[in-house]
Design a protein around this ligand. Structure first.
Ligand SMILES: Nc1nc2c(c(=O)[nH]1)N[C@H]1C(S)=C(S)[C@@H](COP(=O)(O)OP(=O)(O)OC[C@H]3O[C@@H](n4cnc5c(=O)[nH]c(N)nc54)[C@H](O)[C@@H]3O)O[C@H]1N2
Ligand SMILES: Nc1nc2c(c(=O)[nH]1)N[C@H]1C(S)=C(S)[C@@H](COP(=O)(O)OP(=O)(O)OC[C@H]3O[C@@H](n4cnc5c(=O)[nH]c(N)nc54)[C@H](O)[C@@H]3O)O[C@H]1N2
Ligand code: SF4
Ligand SMILES: [Mo]
Length: 766
């Protein structure tokens, strides 16, 4: 025992792992993808368990894939498997046979484990027992569940104000767990509910609510099959939403076209060999992208303005490009947007975006006659200072084309975590609406606080300033996911208590408050039994459909509790007689929670009945073309500005992206197969001419440096990899690079960290 601060390392190990480079892949999936998927599954689970589990993945009444939020087909599901390579990796990671037991924690100190790589930490296995790290102690030790709940209750009740606690949610929690959690937090007295969306699609939510009146996308899977043109902007579906490629393939078979806008030519968007089609496995598969526009990082607004100018010119010359009927009856603000385009010089816009006149003309030629356009996007648009406007500019295009509220057209923000959208729907938001406030009062007799709570960046700042003293995480790995790793680590270490409800060991268990708790929980794939009866949970996919998920594997340990049970127990211990809610009963009976969700949240009528089988769609005003809740009852155009970067000659914009072998901070493996990088994560993708300018050789080691407000932040030891990327642009992986992003560098309005446009310099290592 020592009373000194623990010397823990918030960064992953900097040891290099023997890099190999190959040419980037020319297609995604194929037979090799199937092989890799099975290898991962069999290595972690053994063959029998692997095949049994994969057979249930994404089937009706089966296990909802714990990977991304891509939807399953409404009706027919493939018997060859309704999952992708990365879905198999996600399930393998959760259903692994390795265990992190009390003996494991006795063997390794927290300081020692913190020196490991994220890969090694994650591969340690599933957590089996509730564990406590006591103040001044070097090792975690076992704690009884009831003692852990009492410790949390005592700490929360000892705070000067409920606002001194923050309650994080990562998007893998079920609707039932998230709802109960939100009700408990508000009954406790705070709206401090940062969640992973704050770092993710918050910019989409803000942009879409203000323009279309709903913070979610408007399309269904069938719409994607029927569109005439789909634009895929700032998204890498081959890795992050692999089954989206099946939808794009169907679109292509129906004669639709795909325009891809990305600084990188991602393999999955070039060509796709569908593993569910024998013909594809043997043949060449389907070419996905018809027109690839290699935009410079964060110059999408410049490019979209150039496209809008092109469309406007064509409308003026030939007509029938814009949908005037729709514009006049359903929207407001078109005139201002069209007039504003006049101030921009086309050549400057093209110069900025890095697109040629000929490419622009091709884009305009594809879009001008189309009546049904869908725009899909992800982190390449949301994680910039101007993330909200990036999306508003996309909405402008769709509105001019009348491509909202009809079949085969609309918005498609592709969500990340498998239930991030559902968590939001059922109340994980750091503010309360009057409607939610009133419903909580009627249903639970709870007077929810009205004061706006803290989002993710505000929570870190509050912890850093000593204003927040307890951190509670329902899933996720907050320390590694958020920006400014060293600052965040200090913020966590200032807390009195940090609690993580988790399935697997991660860095947020090692960078902790004075006291820390790990509460191990069931994963999606596991049987959730209560008194011998199986329970199921429900989730909402990226297209607003709610459906059930039921695990089938024996739990990783007999000591695990389900998330709703854990929350029910903590609420009961903390609030004791302060509410009349039977928290423990709710935690145990998910049907009861669903009844309460139905009472509090709109759109869940008949929840318990309708959630079975294929599930049900939630109401969506944009899909229905109903803008009555917006000013003048109309969809809103927005005049957007060009971002400013002011890059000096030796400065670059860096995007921090995902490799093919990770799920956020969980590192599945060390390859990024589609980009041709093997056995190493510490890589920096750079244009060959920039390398020459800096005097750098292929694979030479560099440090990446950012300097905001005079503060120098450094990420050490990256191999330079020559790559097809625009000049003065760089790419590397997160979370390794999060150390470079200041906590206060975030998007206007959404406060999403600017993970895709970090201003940096590159230095040779001496
Ligand atoms: N296997 C796997 N699946 C996942 C995840 C995972 O880590 N692994 N994470 C999940 C989560 S939480 C999320 S949010 C999603 C993320 O899904 P994506 O958003 O696809 O993930 P990123 O790797 O961050 O990639 C962003 C893409 O945007 C491009 N890009 C970056 N900057 C710009 C820009 O300025 N303009 C344009 N036009 N493009 C740009 C990059 O080149 C890259 O292709 O995936 C989800 N699914
Ligand atoms: N620089 C940079 N930073 C980024 C991003 C980026 O593109 N660039 N992307 C951002 C985005 S889009 C997101 S969404 C965030 C992700 O941030 P988080 O959601 O916080 O991180 P994850 O890595 O998804 O969390 C993984 C951990 O979740 C736990 N877990 C897994 N399944 C379950 C479960 O079923 N229940 C519970 N209780 N726990 C579970 C495991 O212990 C695992 O270690 O990161 C953000 N950070
Ligand atoms: S596309 Fe996403 S949800 Fe579907 S199987 Fe793959 S990882 Fe899972
Ligand atoms: Mo995300």
């Amino acid at each position: 025992m020592t009373s000194e601060k623990r010397k823990v390392n918030p960064l992953t190990s900097e040891l290099l792992t023997n890099i190999k480079l190959k040419a980037p892949a020319q297609y995604a999936a194929g037979a090799y993808g199937v092989k890799v998927a099975l290898e991962h599954a069999i290595e972690e689970m053994g063959a029998v368990r692997a095949f049994q589990t994969l057979a249930k993945l994404n089937q009706k009444n089966g296990i909802d894939c714990p990977g991304c939020a891509w939807p399953d087909p409404d009706d027919k599901r493939s018997v060859l498997g309704e999952y992708c390579e990365n879905g198999a990796k996600a399930i393998a990671e959760e259903a692994t046979l390795k265990r992190v037991t009390p003996d494991f924690f006795a063997q390794y100190s927290v300081e020692e484990m913190s020196q490991w790589s994220d890969y090694k930490i994650g591969k340690s296995g599933r957590l089996t027992h509730p564990m406590v790290l006591r103040e001044g102690s070097s090792h975690y030790e076992k704690i009884a569940w009831m003692d852990a709940f009492k410790m949390i209750a005592d700490e929360l009740n000892g705070l000067d104000s409920p606002d001194e606690a923050v309650f994080y949610t990562s998007g893998r929690s079920s609707n039932e767990a998230a709802f109960l959690y939100g009700v408990f937090i508000r009954a406790f007295g705070t709206n401090n509910m940062p969640d992973c969306s704050n770092m993710c699609h918050e910019s989409s939510g803000k942009a879409l609510s203000s323009t279309l009146g709903i913070g979610k996308g408007s399309v269904t899977l069938d719409d994607l099959h029927e569109a005439e043109v789909v634009m895929v902007i700032g998204q890498n579906p081959g890795t992050n939403h692999p089954r989206m490629l099946s939808a794009l393939q169907k679109l292509k078979e129906n004669g639709g076209k795909v325009i891809t806008i990305n600084p990188l030519e991602e393999a999955g968007l070039k060509r796709f060999k569908n593993p569910q089609k024998i013909g594809d496995l043997l043949g060449r598969g389907t070419a996905i992208t018809d027109l690839f526009l290699q935009v410079k990082i964060n110059e999408d607004i410049a490019l979209l303005k150039a496209i809008l100018k092109g469309l406007k010119a064509k409308e003026e010359a030939e007509g029938d490009v814009f949908d005037w009927d729709f514009i006049e009856n359903k929207t407001s603000g078109a005139k201002a947007v069209l007039e504003d385009l006049e101030q921009y010089d086309l050549h400057e816009l093209l110069e900025r975006s890095g697109i040629s006149k000929a490419e622009l003309e091709e884009a305009v030629a594809l879009l001008a006659p189309a009546k049904k356009i869908i725009i899909c996007w992800a982190m390449g648009l949301t994680q910039h200072k101007n993330g909200v406007q990036n999306i508003q500019e996309c909405v402008n295009l769709l509105l001019l084309k009348g491509s909202i509220g009809k079949q085969g057209a609309g918005t498609c923000p592709v969500r990340g975590h498998s239930n991030v959208q559902g968590d939001r729907t059922v109340g994980i938001v750091h503010g309360t609406s009057e409607a939610l406030h009133a419903a909580l009062k009627t249903t639970f007799g709870i007077d929810a606080p009205r004061k706006k709570g803290l989002d993710t960046v505000e929570s870190v700042m509050a912890m850093h300033e000593g204003k927040a003293k307890v951190f509670f995480g329902l899933g996720g790995n907050f320390v590694s996911a958020i920006s400014d790793t060293n600052y965040t680590a200090a913020a966590f270490q200032g807390c009195n208590l940090t609690v993580q409800v988790s399935t697997k060991l991660n860095r947020s268990h090692l960078i902790t408050g004075k006291t820390a708790l790990i509460l191990p929980t069931l994963g999606r794939s596991e049987k959730d039994l209560k008194d011998g009866k199986a329970r199921f949970v429900s989730v909402e996919n990226s297209m607003g459909k709610v459906h059930s998920s039921q695990g089938s594997l024996p739990p990783a340990s007999e000591h695990l509790m389900s998330e709703p049970d854990i929350i029910g127990q903590i609420a009961a211990a903390t609030l004791k007689g302060r509410t009349s809610v039977d928290w423990i009963a709710l935690g145990q009976d998910y049907a009861l929670i669903r009844n309460k969700i139905e009472a509090v949240i709109q759109g869940f009528k008949g929840y318990n009945h309708r959630v079975k089988d294929a599930g049900f769609y939630l109401p969506n005003n944009a899909r229905a073309g109903d803008f009555s809740k917006l000013p003048d009852g109309k969809a809103q155009f927005t005049v957007c500005n060009l971002p400013e970067h002011h890059l000096k000659a030796d400065e670059y914009l860096l995007m921090t992206i995902r490799s093919h072998d990770q799920f956020n901070t969980t590192i599945y493996g060390l390859h990024d197969r589609y980009r041709g990088v093997y056995n190493e994560r510490r890589v920096l993708f750079m244009h060959p001419e920039d390398m020459q300018k800096q005097g750098l050789e292929k694979l030479e080691l560099v440090n990446i440096i950012s300097e905001y407000d005079g503060v120098r932040r450094i990420a050490e030891k990256f191999h330079v990899v020559p790559y097809s990327i625009p000049k003065q642009n760089l790419a590397t992986y997160f979370p390794e690079a999060n150390v470079l992003i200041p906590i206060d560098a975030y998007a206007d309005k959404s406060q999403t960290p600017i993970s895709k446009s970090v201003k940096v310099r590159v230095e040779k290592r001496g």
